[in-house]
Design a binder for this molecule. Structure first.
Ligand code: FAD
Length: 387
């Protein structure tokens, strides 16, 4: 299904690559699916998934030999920026963002051969089973257990906030495989088919009324021991491996900038530039956005140079999501009575979905590690304050 990229994207200039990405995303992506206030379901995403896959543009972060684009960090960031600029909805993309890179780095040849092509073709859609009802920020305290019985692990427990699990064909889970060692050392990483007997789902509606998550229950679920990724009891290292880069992605100023771009015409239409209170907040947020852009660029430059990103990346995540939420709130206030409308409203020359930024910004301070936890990381590992 997927065309292995034959072009060396990394040899292109940034401007040329950006122009190619922009043209593809503007021409091929359906206009009625842009800037959705929610994640796309699999049914909505499938055509776009296949379009990207056929062009070899589905997996920008995978190496070329596995069917990806093999982008270096600088080009990858451009890819994300153009995706956001074009308002492309978030697909059930865990296979691309998490499972593929994990199997490429920690899996074996058989696992790569079994799973990678099915991710690219869209045959397998993955979800992430990390959080549990009593293990979110403190993920290492997770209790879903896997016990070896002959050639199979038998799994019992429950995962929660599993995004788009009801659309997924497969789930990757962190499970406890040793209760007698330090918490982080007794965790393993398993792959499962969602149709395995003993797996059941309960969908959960989010604040916007969309069924975006599930609680997933495991009742004596048996999976072959070949589905263990990496070594037994070393799943924690795998799980942590990709978090830093995820924070760089979340810290991009694109999302807050999009909200800000709506604020300007809205404020003009509402006559708010005559209101000193509004102008005060608007100016502070505009300056924050400039600072966020500079901070983001600093980390991007570091990633481009191939340097490891340290715990200070948490600062970017906190600042980006705080700014995004403040902008989304100001947008709602500036929209006055229209701020309560669930769909697009026309204000002046502008058609705006005011709730969209609000809904997409709310969970930003929770996922990817909550902002409180990021502040703890900053105080401990960057400022080295006593805990
Ligand atoms: C939109 C969205 C999508 C998600 N998708 C997935 C998914 O696909 N798969 C998955 O596994 N999980 C997913 N999650 C779950 C997410 O990872 C957790 O919600 C997150 O880790 C926080 O855990 P919690 O909800 O249990 O909150 P808790 O850990 O209970 O935290 C509650 C509050 O207490 C604060 N807090 C906790 N500990 C401390 C501390 N030590 N110091 C200071 N403050 C603290 C937190 O910051 C938070 O404000 C998703 C969450 C959201 C919002």
């Amino acid at each position: 299904m997927s065309a292995t990229a034959t072009v060396d994207f990394n040899a292109m200039s940034d401007d040329a690559f950006r122009a190619e990405a922009r043209e593809l995303f503007e021409k091929e992506y359906p206009d009625n699916m842009r800037f959705l206030p929610r994640r796309m379901s699999w049914a909505e995403s499938k055509d776009w998934w296949v379009t990207l896959s056929k062009r070899g543009w589905l997996a920008p972060n995978w190496p070329v030999e596995h069917g990806g684009m093999g982008l270096d960090p600088g080009k990858l960031i451009i890819y994300w920026e153009e995706t956001e600029r074009a308002g492309i909805g978030r697909m059930p993309d865990q296979g691309i963002t998490m499972v593929g890179p994990t199997l490429i780095r920690f899996g074996n040849d058989a696992q790569r051969a079994q799973y990678l092509p099915k991710i690219l073709s869209g045959e397998n859609v993955w979800c992430q089973g990390y959080s549990e009802p009593n293990a979110g920020s403190d993920l290492a305290s997770l209790r879903t257990e896997a016990v070896l019985d002959g050639d199979h692990y038998v799994i019992n427990g429950s995962k929660i906030w599993t995004s788009m699990a009801h659309n997924a064909t497969n789930i990757y889970v962190l499970v406890r495989t040793d209760k007698n060692v330090k918490q982080q050392r007794g965790i393993s990483f398993l792959l499962l088919d969602m149709k395995t007997p003993g797996i059941t789902l309960r969908t959960i509606r989010n604040i916007a009324g969309h069924e975006e998550f599930c609680q997933v229950f495991f009742d004596n679920v048996r999976t072959h021991k070949d589905n263990l990724v990496g070594k037994l009891n070393e799943g924690w290292t795998i799980a942590k491996g990709l978090l830093t880069f995820e924070r760089l992605n979340i810290g991009s100023p694109r999302r807050p900038l999009q909200a800000f771009e709506h604020l300007d015409p809205l404020a003009r239409a509402q006559g708010l530039f005559n209101d000193p209170g509004f102008v005060d907040r608007y100016t502070v947020l505009k300056m924050d956005l400039n600072d966020l852009g500079s901070l983001y660029q600093r980390f991007v430059d570091k990633a481009r140079r191939g340097e490891a990103l340290g715990p200070d990346i948490s600062m970017l995540k906190v600042f980006a999501m705080d700014t995004y939420q403040k902008l989304a709130e100001l947008l709602l206030e500036a929209g006055a009575e229209y701020g309560a409308f669930a769909d697009e409203v026309t204000l002046g020359d502008e058609k705006i979905d005011l709730m969209s930024s609000f809904y997409t910004s709310r969970p930003g301070t929770i996922y990817g590690g909550s902002n409180e936890i990021q502040r703890n990381i900053l105080s401990k590992y960057v400022l080295q304050l006593p805990s």
